[in-house]
Design a protein around this ligand. Structure first.
Ligand code: SF4
Length: 295
């Protein structure tokens, strides 16, 4: 769920509808930064009121101690920080704003301190890092950072080419793999959950049985109310300003898409996805890696 253009009332009624349909988790993210919404706490409170799991993704720059305290009291489930570099110079370079690292570092430290104060396990502190040609050489240090700030989870993801200059070069892949291995070993030592095994098994050794169930399990709700089947898609299934979520979810367009997935005739937007290699078994691995611009 992305935050910005829909009214508070529409979000609250949507959350009620999602709960009534058996939704288990609502992930609050932003096209920009979800904490820009003044009603963010009201939205989060409503998600928890219905007993759903809540995940908030933030760049940490607007994460105040007051909000952190409220999240701890709410028993909010996961605070996910987008951190693309383990040290200030790399992070600030990627973000293009000096001082950004210090803000996210301080927010993560504050979260851990407040949790300790309340003897709270949640929100789990999750660091998410996209691997780029500007950070691959030190991605194992993400685990040192995670240990320092008290993170519980570190996940890596590949970069979906938007800016050519950020794409990992072919000659950097072997160093990246070594650093992922180092990251894995460090995480084991510190007791931090890490997704390296899943990431690599999908990236390097896709199982022929891998399937994507996104069209049955997940929807993206954009700030303007558009419903998309996946964050990589621009194929709008409907808009919640005109229809209820259920009407769209059970509607003809969504069901046509599901039929395609059942037949393994995937839409174009799936081509850059980490899950993709396992979805269409006939594409040789090397070609897929080239398609992912990682090798
Ligand atoms: S892009 Fe990936 S996650 Fe999204 S629907 Fe396609 S295969 Fe599934």
């Amino acid at each position: 769920m992305y935050g910005s253009e829909l009214s508070t009332e529409r979000y609250l009624s949507l959350i009620g509808e999602l709960a009534s349909m058996g939704t288990r988790r609502v992930h609050v993210v932003g096209g920009g930064e979800p904490l820009l919404r003044k009603d963010i706490l009201e939205i989060m409170t409503s998600i928890k009121k219905y007993g759903m799991e809540g995940v908030l993704t933030t760049n940490g720059t607007l994460f105040s101690e007051d909000l952190i305290r409220e999240m701890v009291k709410l028993n909010w489930d996961i605070a996910m920080f987008s951190v693309d570099g383990p040290v200030a110079d790399v992070y600030d370079d990627i973000r293009g704003v000096d001082g950004s690292f210090d803000k996210v570092y301080s927010a993560m430290k504050t979260l851990s301190r407040v949790k300790a104060e309340y003897c709270a396990v949640k929100p789990l502190l999750h660091i998410h890092c996209v691997i780029l040609n500007m950070n691959f050489m030190i991605i194992d240090e993400m685990i040192d950072l995670a240990h320092d700030v008290g993170a519980n989870i570190v996940t890596f993801d590949k970069y979906y080419p938007e800016y050519e200059e950020l794409i990992l070069r072919k000659e950097d892949v072997s160093i990246t793999l070594k650093n992922l291995q180092k990251a894995y070993e460090k995480a084991q030592r510190y007791g931090i959950y890490i997704n390296v095994e899943d990431f690599l098994s999908l990236w390097l050794k896709p199982s022929p049985n891998t399937r994507c169930y996104w069209p049955w399990l997940y929807a993206d709700i954009d700030p303007n109310g558009d419903i998309l089947p996946c964050c990589f898609s621009h194929d709008v299934m409907g808009n919640i300003k005109r229809h209820s979520f259920r009407q769209i979810w059970d509607g003809e367009k969504y069901n046509e898409l599901r039929k395609l997935f059942k037949k393994k005739e995937l839409p174009d937007f799936c081509e850059g996805c980490t899950l993709y290699p396992g979805l269409i078994n006939r594409i040789p691995l090397g070609k897929v890696l080239h398609g992912l611009r990682l090798a």
